[in-house]
Design a protein around this ligand. Structure first.
Ligand code: DAH
Length: 341
């Protein structure tokens, strides 16, 4: 009988329990009342009196060993169960995919414009969206009460007529010229405001990018070449530009800039109103009065400036027909744009 006890002891020790089913088999074999160990206790009754004590001790050792092993393993599996129940996390599930947003078309185009001018040596500058009369109008050679101020429907602050939301990024020109000495080559993208009804073609909040180049001997030819290079980089090498005479108080001479229509390639279509040309902004030679207002010697220095609408350029670039799409935040619209090389 001693051999049998030893044999079963070894079995208990070596029994492999990897899961709950194995544990149940272990319980049935060694711990339950119908198991092998109970059977041995039955057999003990037949054992001669002298051997009973020693035998009984061995058998109890076996019994304890089996019960201990069962208890330990049982606890182990219970813990495993409760930890997954408590956290409610199934680590085997596939993870939720991370949705990647996309850049706003206006940001993409602004960045492209900035990159083209940066390569020509322009740096970036910015100014406040809430401006004073000096920077938005007076320093830019808008005489007081001159009708030119009405070209731009301005949002004024009732309590203080000196403060307004800037109507153009030309105000940043003034700030740069007041604070820096020529040579100046700067680009100022930013948000501007005008008191206009919202429609497919107009908005009260939109974006412009202003360019300014001041140095000795800067000429109108430099202006033309700079904008021509920009047009080719931005819209493709076959793009042409043309200048139409115009008026701005801060430039003399002034021009409006057209590029060949991207939709019909100059053939004429309803986007360009059958002219083959579309306008992208205004430009000119900085008026000497403006230079002097900013304490720059207009005898020594000349310069050119230009201003373009970022919405306008974006609409031409992507063939977008309604300005309101830019601010409606409809993801079906927004997710269509990828960055421009
Ligand atoms: N500020 C003008 C506007 O908002 C655009 C403009 C025209 C800017 C001519 C310039 C310029 O710098 O030279 O309509």
């Amino acid at each position: 009988m001693l051999d049998k006890i030893k044999e079963i002891y070894k079995e208990v020790e070596e029994f492999k329990v990897d899961n709950k089913e194995h544990l149940e088999q272990f319980r049935l074999s060694f711990v339950s009342r119908k198991g092998k160990i109970t059977e041995l206790f039955e057999e003990l009754k037949q054992v001669a009196q002298e051997e009973k004590k020693a035998m009984g001790q061995e058998l109890n050792k076996l019994k304890n060993k089996a019960e201990e092993k069962f208890k330990e393993l049982n606890e182990h599996f219970e813990n495993q169960k409760s930890s997954s129940v408590n956290t409610g996390i199934d680590v085997t599930l596939p993870s939720v995919p991370n949705e990647l947003g996309s850049r706003h078309p206006l940001s993409i185009v602004r960045e492209k414009i900035v990159r083209v001018f940066e390569r020509m040596g322009f740096n970036l500058s910015e100014g406040p969206e809430i401006e004073d009369d000096w920077h938005n109008f007076t320093a830019l050679n808008f005489p007081e009460n001159h009708p030119a101020r009405e070209m731009q429907d301005t949002f004024f602050i009732e309590k203080n007529p000196d403060i307004a939301l800037r109507t153009h990024t030309s105000s940043v020109q003034v700030r740069v010229m007041e604070n820096q000495k020529p040579p100046i080559r700067t680009l100022s993208p930013g948000r501007v405001f005008r008191n206009e009804a919202i429609s497919a073609r107009a908005h009260c909040v939109f974006h412009q990018v202003e360019g300014l180049y001041i140095d000795e001997n800067v000429s109108f030819a430099d202006l033309k070449q700079t904008l021509y290079h920009f047009a080719k980089e931005m819209f493709g090498k076959d793009t042409k530009i043309r200048f139409r005479p115009s008026f701005f108080p801060f430039t003399e001479p002034s021009a409006e800039i057209d590029i060949t229509c991207l939709i019909c390639k100059g053939q004429g279509c309803n986007i360009c109103k059958y002219s083959g040309w579309v306008e992208i902004g205004g430009a000119g030679m900085v008026d000497p009065n403006v230079l002097e207002n900013c304490k720059i010697d207009s005898k020594k220095y000349t310069g050119f400036a230009f201003g373009m609408g970022i919405e306008r350029i974006t609409m031409l670039k992507y063939g977008i027909k309604d300005l309101r799409l830019f601010t409606e935040n409809d993801v079906r619209f927004l997710r269509q744009f990828t960055s421009l090389g």
